[in-house]
Design a protein around this ligand. Structure first.
Ligand code: ATR
Length: 270
């Protein structure tokens, strides 16, 4: 029997088991998928278990996507470029780290934008998920990414890694800045708590600007609520989450599972 896990801290709210178990049943795969709450000191042991084939594969979530890297034998190209690993598998006795968040984010946008139609974006946040978003936006040939982060040095580090595509907007300028962008992305953890909002001049954007929040739980963060109340189209992180899970499943089980209506209903209820 194949055995999969998702590791993180916190991990209670992860919907990954729901999604993978749904697909195991649908495709008659004999497998289990469990959540594991871990401390950083347990990372080495988990990788050993994958090495010994006691665990078939793992998803990695906050705050371990970068911290897991030193324990792995090899990284995929995307994992190397983003320094972020969310999917682990074994190949020829080596433990490989991959990143399916990039693909997840990219696919989630294809439902809203045609090819090459995103000219510029504003990315708010420079934490764990931001390198994957920037990498995906690069793949989509986005011409300009404005980035703003409370701790500006972290945005600066991303600029050093990804080059002139990025322009830094000081955090305190967000409130009075007028930017012409096709897409505004919230990649901060602000909004997990209901009262928090980003000090952004929401009404200054073009009516066609789309607002995206990588958070999927709650389904509508205060960031998206504010944008929607002003008439903007909004996207939450649910499809990104499902697409990253879909690619992870395909890597592990050599079959691309379907994101069908029943699955969508299942995750939307949770
Ligand atoms: P990490 O930075 O450890 O990878 P993360 O959850 O991936 O953690 O990222 C958190 C993001 O939300 C960061 O961009 C963080 O800004 P800082 O880099 O300044 O910490 C942002 N964030 C979290 N709480 C915030 C707050 N109260 N105000 C503004 N930004 C906040």
């Amino acid at each position: 029997m194949k055995k999969f896990i998702v590791i993180g801290n916190p991990i209670k709210h992860s919907l990954s088991p729901t999604v993978h178990e749904y697909w195991f049943k649908k495709y008659k795969e004999e497998a289990t998928y469990e959540k594991k709450f871990l401390e950083e000191k347990d990372l080495r042991k988990i990788i050993k278990d994958i090495q010994r084939n006691q665990i078939t594969g793992a998803n990695i979530t906050v705050p371990f996507k970068q911290k897991i890297i030193p324990f792995l034998d090899e990284l995929s190209l995307v994992a190397k470029e983003t320094l972020s690993v969310n999917t682990i598998y074994r190949n020829n006795n080596k433990v490989i780290g991959d990143n399916t968040d990039v693909n997840g984010f990219q696919n989630s946008l294809s439902e809203h934008f045609s090819k090459n139609s995103i000219k510029s974006t504003l990315l708010i946040g420079a934490g764990g998920v931001s390198p994957s978003i920037i990498y995906a936006l690069k793949n989509l040939n986005v011409g300009q990414i404005f980035i703003s982060n409370r701790t500006e040095e972290k945005a600066q580090l991303l600029k050093e890694r990804f080059g002139p595509l990025l322009s830094i907007v000081p955090w305190n300028d967000l409130a009075n800045k007028n930017l012409y962008v096709d897409l505004v992305i919230n990649a901060t953890s602000l909004g997990l708590q209901k009262e928090e909002t980003i000090n952004l001049n929401f009404s200054s954007f073009d009516k066609k600007t789309i607002f995206y929040d990588v958070i999927y739980n709650p389904h509508q963060t205060s960031f998206l609520k504010k944008a929607e109340s002003l008439g903007y189209q909004t996207i939450n992180g649910m499809m990104m989450f499902l697409y990253q899970a879909q690619l992870a499943y395909e890597i592990w089980n050599k079959q691309k599972p379907e994101i069908d209506t029943k699955l969508l209903n299942l995750v939307r209820q949770n």
